[in-house]
Ligand binder design. Structure first.
Ligand SMILES: [Zn+2]
Length: 169
């Protein structure tokens, strides 16, 4: 029992530290920043040849990157572009690019992305509406993603729960 209590305490401190350091959002200079729990910033590389909106990868040395296709990004509203980058950032933050993931990894990444944007005051009501509209139209590229409308609804739930959490602070 004593051990359990100590363990729970350690786990709580760990979660607190994690939520303080890892973040993603748009900096004052308009550049998107993705920071991991260890304080490392994840570089964002633009590649017009990428056959996707954006992806989270690690190179042979294990360094994390986000690669985004600016031409594909341009088809989306600004709020949705930031959301895609926050989503890829969340894959790194959640350890998915290190092989730690379950079947719900896409929903986890969506939810963490939405929560961090809310926390950084970068997801207002009109932003959420823009993201919902865009994502409702996106056809899921793989079975890991929910169909567009269901995916948008889950993102809205995450935003709501983060707004409620913020009010309790
Ligand atoms: Zn994803």
């Amino acid at each position: 029992m004593k051990f359990l209590r100590r363990f729970v305490k350690a786990a709580c401190v760990c979660v607190l530290l994690t939520s303080l350091t890892q973040t993603s959002g748009v900096a004052e200079d308009g550049v998107f920043v993705c920071t991991l729990a260890n304080g490392a910033d994840v570089p964002i590389v633009l590649d017009n040849a990428l056959l996707n909106i954006a992806i989270a990868i690690r190179d042979a040395q294990g360094r994390p990157f986000i690669i985004a296709n600016p031409q594909v990004m341009a088809a989306f509203k600004p709020a949705t572009r930031w959301f895609w980058l926050a989503h890829e950032c969340a894959h790194h933050q959640l350890g998915h690019t290190l092989g730690h993931y379950g079947p719900d990894r896409e929903q986890q990444a969506d939810c963490l992305a939405a929560k961090q944007l809310v926390k950084n005051n970068q997801m207002g009501g009109s932003d959420l509406q823009a993201i919902e509209d865009d994502i409702s139209k996106v056809e899921s590229s793989s079975s890991a993603h929910l169909p567009g409308p269901a995916r948008a609804a889950e993102i809205t739930d995450c935003v709501r729960s983060q707004v409620n959490e913020g009010q309790n602070d």
